[in-house]
Design a protein around this ligand. Structure first.
Ligand code: AMP
Ligand code: ZN
Length: 132
């Protein structure tokens, strides 16, 4: 399969490894923007959250928590955890990954949904989207 993250998992393309276990690899994001910006991905290919089985998802999320806790223990003040699912949500690499952004107080990094939307009626939205 022509997947860049699978090639990284196989060692065919180098990366700056932060963490590895039998099922998960975490590496620095090549964007080199926020210090410690890390991608946590399953070694088993799954295109996105939608396609990913529960076992794999749990492994990725538990590793993400472990790494986030590690960042906090290294002196960072906070961590953002972001998953983009499908291109409509900005996903560019179709191999599931969690972005971790270590944060410092007052670092001026902005990670937010910015949509110049009129105020939604939350009752209508809840009626439409409620799962149970
Ligand atoms: P997303 O938009 O959520 O799919 O994010 C994909 C991320 O992968 C981007 O932040 C890219 O900078 C990052 N990326 C792409 N290629 C590589 C690579 N070879 N090594 C590390 N990060 C990469
Ligand atoms: Zn892949």
């Amino acid at each position: 399969m022509d997947c860049i993250f699978c090639k990284i998992v196989k060692g065919e393309i180098p990366c700056y490894k932060i963490y590895e276990d039998d099922d998960v690899l975490a590496m620095l994001d090549i964007a080199a923007d926020v210090e410690g910006h890390t991608l946590v991905l399953p070694k088993l290919h799954a295109a996105d959250l939608d396609e990913c089985d529960e076992q794999t998802y749990k492994k990725v999320m538990l590793a993400s928590k472990k790494i986030a806790n590690h960042f906090l223990s290294q002196g960072f003040d906070g961590v953002n955890m972001v998953v983009n699912c499908k291109s409509a949500a900005g996903q560019e690499v179709p191999h599931l990954h969690v972005h971790l952004f270590p944060r410092k107080n007052g670092d001026n990094v902005k990670i937010k949904v910015d949509h110049p939307q009129i105020k939604l009626n939350l009752e209508d939205v809840a009626k439409k989207l409620r799962l149970n």
